[in-house]
Design a protein around this ligand. Sequence first.
Ligand SMILES: [Zn+2]
Length: 571
Amino acid sequence: MRSGFISITFVFFITLSGCSNEPPVEPADLVFSGGAVFTSDPLAPAASALAVRGDTIVYVGDSAGLTPFIGNDTQQISIGDGLLIPGLMDSHTHVFNGSFADVGVNLSLADTREKLQLALETIRETNPGNAPVYARGWQNHLFPKTGPTAAELDAIFGDRIVILGSVDGHSRWFSSRALQEGGITASTVDPQPGVSFFERDPLTNTPLGTGREKAGAELVEQFIPGDQLAYQQRFVAWLPRAAAAGLTSVFDAWAGAPSETDAYEIWRSLDQAGALTLRIFGSVREIDNATKIANRFKRFSEEFSGALVRPEAVKLAADGVPEGHTAFLLTPYIDSHNEDFGQPMISKADLTSNIETYFSYDIPVHIHAIGGGAVRMSLDAIETARASTGNDSVRATIAHMDFVHPEDIPRFSALNVTAQTSIQWAARDPSYFNIGSFVGMDKVENAYPVRSIMMSGANQSFGADWPASAYLSTYKPLELIEAAVTRRLPGTPDMPARNADQAVTVAEAIVAMTRNTAIQVGELDALGSLTEGKRADLVLLKHNLFEIPQESISTTPVLMTVVNGQVVHRQ
Ligand SMILES: [Zn+2]
């Protein structure tokens, strides 16, 4: 009774003082007006003006309400024909592995030999001198079964060490100088013939230029410095590209730079120096028993958390990938002779007891699960752990989720589990036909049921899983948003959509990469929407995504990116 009385009086008092003369408003540092604002806030999705003071959004509404926030030093930005949205948040990516191989040119977008030639020439032009070149992303389907040749690289780069990884990460393309300096000759023995080997001339046994799996992997380490400083330099070089793509937060699902500890040390030093231009929610990999990992997570939280960085979840793996027949399916691989469903990476009993340990410490989990069997096993494990620990609120995410049985879809909201998807994989790209040939075309057509998951009331987030990819490797959120809306590769209006029933709206795609990712990482109070009182992470786009052709979303220029009130990109 007493507390009820106090709160009623309090509300009455606030209302009265609100009605009388308003206290003067402190001017904002930055205001936006004169155009469209999409907030991702379900209570007020649209606005036309916004003000930022310090690191905080202090006003969202119309231009009339903005007037008291404009002072002599307030920077005023016109939205014009553009669109102001919350900062874009990637729900599953790998910023070190990605930035280490990123030279500013996305080789995976080169889907013809002509485009690849241009991309490689751009790499040469933007990396002058004679230092070794390392990048990643070329598409396998552009080349014969024996892969690309050293001679083709030599024709572009001359006598220079060049090593280029394929988009899937399973092959490497070497220049002649790289093979020569690495001592790879006709007499070199393959690490594992038939599995890890060099493609060779059948007559002379001379390596042609492509190494499969582990063949030549050590040459990357030999010629491309992979120490902490090299990782930090490549990461710092990538940060402006991320800002220019509108990326303001990432969940990093597996950081090695070169080790997990190195990665957190680099993040901490950049965070403390004020040099980070995005927020990083990190993971701690499950590489030991669960109690030790829980202690490691707590230690990392104490040692490495700062203004823009903190560990968020333990990363577990329930299965592998379909390409290697290591995804754990609910129906057998159709090219198998003995009812092969694939194997989970961990037993259901162990997965369950590990999750129980993390839940008992209130530590969130982020589980890799590709096959329908792995998704179901992960849901079962979470269900048991929620019941046995009584912890219904600790965050749980199942990541990738290529294949989900329709009966499992309602379980995500019932068990308070975020569904995470690399949505740019949901196109009829060459990997669709490849994977379809061994899991079944009906299965790949019905993969990534993100709209059904959203409609079930579950929290569905999108993340690029950069640089790992079946086909399109990207860190750019607008490419994911276009793919989610079109169910096609970005910029390919003529490609048939993959299961168009599962396409989402522009608004739903933006929400998946803002609000829903904020929910996944437990930051909805501070991030994920343009709401008064939240941190000022926002992106100004040159065009209004709701009014342009869908296939132009991915190429819409990002005019301005703001993180924690700081302008980190401006075009
Ligand atoms: Zn990943």
